[in-house]
Write a protein that binds this ligand. Structure first.
Ligand SMILES: [Zn+2]
Length: 457
């Protein structure tokens, strides 16, 4: 049985901390009764207790290995979900006719599969629009969530060859609101950038959504006269969006940029306000900054990790789930007047590489595009690309993936060639990837000596 979606007004209204606490308790009791895995994991916690934040922590490896026992709908089977996902054309379609299926890109080394029910999807749709700053809301042409009938043209540049949250949610909205389909364009981050620029110029989007590093790359092309578009709104997601990146993109395109922080486990965790601060949806998402031993980290200090609880979704409960991002809750209220707490995020932070393209000048490469190319075309996940010089990249692979080294190098060389970088060398290193002290693997990074500046700095 699936819970009925909440009316939009109920999603927008801000709950008190006590009400949000009860919402969390409801989710925990639901999950305890229907998820054998969580029932066992929480066996020492009594349903009459109300200290849900004392529950043992969960993580991706545990939930993925016990997938069939984790989900709360017994009709859901991992083997069936994987068969459903084997066809990338199904991205945006509903599994069993009722669940969105999103996969994570495996930034932490292991791909994840996450199901979302109708109530959760309705909640994400409302949170990502109605909690946006008003001047952006007025320009927002995100398909389906606003009754916009203006001649909007929405373009998405993202990883398309998989059931990633971005493309899946986008296609789901287009499927629900078919009149928007003729006004939208999807482009792959792995396409040659010149082709992407040509198609965007021809399409003339009024709304352009992508990863921050890709928006920066497109802005560079626009400044060089290789791209000619005038979107009124940009949407940046999937990576941290620095103030410098925002200024560069907004100035270049004459647009306003929206930014939110989310993941495959919860589409929208926080949304940016006009002061440039990310406001947590703390009545729908609980985020606990913790140290390396999962102990609470107070506001004002960077955490080692963060425990995520998604209060909107019940089919695959995310409760005190180790997200891996380092976050810092702010202590001062925001001048915009929004009472939701604000935070900063530095998780999943790869470097943006800049390589010497000879007469074409320095060429910026999006880390997400690089990692998508290697994942999708070479089938490697635990790798590290290190820029060691203006025309030199080193590829490091985990021992288990070194058998694919030649193919990965070939994919990389082709990718660089298509980006106007035929003279950049790729050296396959015998060294394993260097893992950060936080335990995270930054898959695209500059050498410690600093071979080039990082745009995100
Ligand atoms: Zn604010």
């Amino acid at each position: 049985m699936e819970p009925a979606p909440h009316p939009p007004a109920r999603i927008v209204e801000r709950l008190t901390q006590a009400q949000a606490h009860h919402r969390a308790l409801d989710l925990v009791r639901w999950a305890r009764a229907r998820s054998p895995l969580l029932d066992h994991h929480w066996r020492d916690w009594h349903p009459d207790h109300d200290d849900w934040q004392a529950l043992p922590v969960t993580d991706k490896a545990q939930l993925m290995s016990g997938f069939d026992d984790w989900v709360t709908d017994r009709a859901v089977k991992r083997a069936d979900v994987q068969a459903f996902m084997a066809d990338p054309r199904r991205a945006g379609c509903d599994y069993l006719g009722r669940y969105a299926v999103w996969s994570s890109s495996g930034t932490s080394g292991q791909p994840g599969i996450f199901l979302h029910d109708g109530a959760a999807l309705a909640t994400y749709g409302v949170l990502t629009t109605w909690r946006m700053q008003p001047q952006l809301l007025a320009r927002c042409l995100w398909p389906g969530t606003l009754p916009t009938l203006a001649p909007a043209r929405a373009a998405l540049v993202a990883a398309l060859d998989g059931h990633y949250a971005g493309i899946s949610y986008w296609r789901r909205q287009l499927r629900l609101y078919p009149w928007l389909a003729g006004r939208s364009l999807e482009l792959s981050v792995t396409d040659p950038i010149e082709l992407t620029c040509e198609r965007l110029t021809a399409f003339a989007p009024t709304f352009l959504a992508s990863y921050p590093s890709m928006l920066v790359e497109l802005a560079e092309r626009q400044r060089r006269g290789r791209l000619h578009i005038r979107p009124s709104m940009l949407w940046a997601g999937g990576e941290p969006f620095s103030a410098a990146q925002r200024r560069y993109c907004e100035d270049t395109f004459g647009a306003l940029a929206a930014n939110d922080y989310g993941c495959s486990e919860a589409l929208s965790i926080a949304i940016e306000c006009r002061c440039g601060r990310l406001h947590l949806h703390d009545d729908w998402v609980r985020l606990e900054p913790v140290d390396a031993d999962d102990r609470p980290v107070p506001a004002g200090r960077w955490s080692h990790s963060a425990l995520l609880t998604n209060l909107a979704n019940r089919v695959a409960p995310i409760v005190r789930y180790r997200l891996g991002d380092s976050v810092r809750l702010d202590t001062a209220p925001c001048a915009c007047g929004n009472p939701h707490p604000t935070l900063q995020v530095q998780g999943r932070c790869d470097d943006v590489l800049q390589l010497d393209g000879g007469s074409a000048g320095m060429v910026t490469l999006s880390p997400l595009a690089l990692t998508s190319a290697l994942e999708e075309q070479a089938g490697v996940y635990r790798f590290q690309l290190v820029q060691t010089g203006p025309r030199a990249v080193e590829l490091r692979l985990e021992a288990s993936e070194r058998v694919h080294a030649a193919r990965a190098r070939s994919v990389l060389l082709r990718y660089l060639r298509e980006r106007g970088l035929p003279r950049v060398s790729v050296q396959a290193s015998a060294e394993p990837p260097v893992v950060e002290a936080s335990g995270k693997l930054r898959r695209v990074r500059l050498a410690a000596t600093g071979a080039a500046r990082a745009v995100r700095a």
